[in-house]
Design a protein around this ligand. Structure first.
Ligand SMILES: Cc1cc2nc3c(=O)[nH]c(=O)nc-3n(C[C@H](O)[C@H](O)[C@H](O)COP(=O)(O)OP(=O)(O)OC[C@H]3O[C@@H](n4cnc5c(N)ncnc54)[C@H](O)[C@@H]3O)c2cc1C
Length: 339
């Protein structure tokens, strides 16, 4: 019997999207009526960072807010290293994206039929649209997945790992090679979009799913693409460190919306150390908060707690269903980080 894996060549598509997250599925939907094939490691919403997103999506929807204010906050948080035209485009488009997601069937949290807006770090206004408290990504991916499954121009092929981009004699990308667990597949396409997520799961401790292994970037690099800005990695300041975290390095993220709803950070002496670090204290830009925590850990202070009143309505609205179950094992063994 041959030990060679089978080789399958699929029919060409106009567009091949690698990745079925919050980047890949909207790309596939927007490409209509072109025929789009989407390859992913798992069914949409079954892997990838998008389903894990908690706090919500920033959009200037409040009465006192505007895309210009949102852009100014974004540039300040990015210490003006951002690309201003990208910031302007994204902040201007955000409200329309929320509308579009709702037309696809995404349900965001409302009170009296008005969207609830949360406050997060570095935002001067409450502008975070969220779903089911801290399950925004799951709700967005539910809606995107359903719309993509129903779209006649989209073919979703899960349980595939893209392992190389196919190139013609002039090095132009003309498709991708994928491994389906049994056979090697070649998926030719006129255009290939890499939407395979980030690489943060490569860190020893991470709040990212295993799929965020940077494999799409590696494929691009191998095909001759130039990668830029790889140093811009967001280190989320707060995560839960259960006793068994060392085993796989995966830490449940404690959403920033908790701090937006009033949770404070204290050290082992009970001191609110962020007060001395930044005028916005716990709501300083994430890199500032993460650096303040890292500096104290390097100095030997190992324990940080978030202190919040669980009874506060705004706190309860952002603290379920992901964060609270993640806390429970710790709550039973240690002093509550969620008081
Ligand atoms: C815990 C957590 C909380 C977050 N909270 C928020 C938040 O509140 N607000 C916010 O704006 N952002 C948040 N983020 C960030 C946000 O989730 C990501 O920026 C976003 O989801 C990235 O989307 P994506 O489609 O690029 O990648 P992903 O959602 O990671 O999707 C990647 C896709 O590529 C596929 N893939 C990967 N490699 C291959 C391969 N070799 N071959 C085939 N397919 C492949 C995967 O199967 C998956 O379908 C959070 C992230 C995490 C981890």
């Amino acid at each position: 019997m041959s030990t060679q894996p089978a080789f399958i060549a699929g029919p060409p598509s106009e567009v091949l999207v690698i990745g079925a997250g919050a980047a890949g599925l909207p790309t596939a939907l927007a490409a209509a009526p072109r025929a789009v094939r989407v390859l992913s490691l798992a069914e949409p919403a079954r892997d990838g960072a998008s389903t894990w997103a908690q706090g919500g999506i920033a959009a200037a929807l409040g009465a006192q807010d505007s895309p210009a204010l949102h852009a100014a906050d974004t540039l300040a948080a990015g210490q003006h290293l951002n690309q201003p035209d990208a910031v302007a485009r994204l902040t201007a488009a955000a409200a329309g994206v929320i509308d579009w997601l709702q037309t696809l069937g995404a349900h965001f949290d409302r009170r009296d039929d008005v969207l609830l807006l949360g406050r997060e770090a570095a935002h001067g206004q409450a502008r975070i649209v969220h779903a089911h408290g801290d399950a925004t990504g799951a709700e967005v991916m539910r809606a995107l997945g359903a719309a993509s499954c129903a779209a006649r121009h989209i073919e979703l092929l899960a349980a595939r790992r893209a392992i190389a981009l196919a190139q013609d004699a002039s090095a132009r990308v003309v498709g991708a090679w994928a491994w389906n667990g049994h056979a090697l597949e070649l998926w030719p396409a006129r255009a290939v979009v890499l939407a395979s997520g980030g690489y943060a799961a490569l860190y020893r401790s991470t709040t990212n799913p295993a799929a965020s292994d940077g494999s799409g970037m590696a494929l691009a690099l191998a095909a001759g693409a130039r990668l830029t800005d790889l140093e811009f990695v967001q280190f989320h300041p707060t995560a839960l460190a259960p006793a068994d975290a060392a085993r796989n390095g995966q830490l449940p993220l404690l959403t920033e919306a908790l701090r937006g709803a009033g949770a404070t950070l204290i050290d082992q002496h009970g001191q609110r150390f962020m007060l001395a670090e930044h005028a916005l204290a716990e709501l300083a830009p994430r890199d500032v908060v993460a650096r303040a925590i890292a500096a104290r850990r390097l100095a030997g202070s190992a324990v940080f707690w978030m202190r919040a009143r669980r009874s506060a309505p705004s706190f309860r609205s952002v603290f379920r269903p992901y964060s609270l179950p993640a806390c429970r094992p710790v709550l039973t063994h240690a002093r509550s980080p969620c008081r």
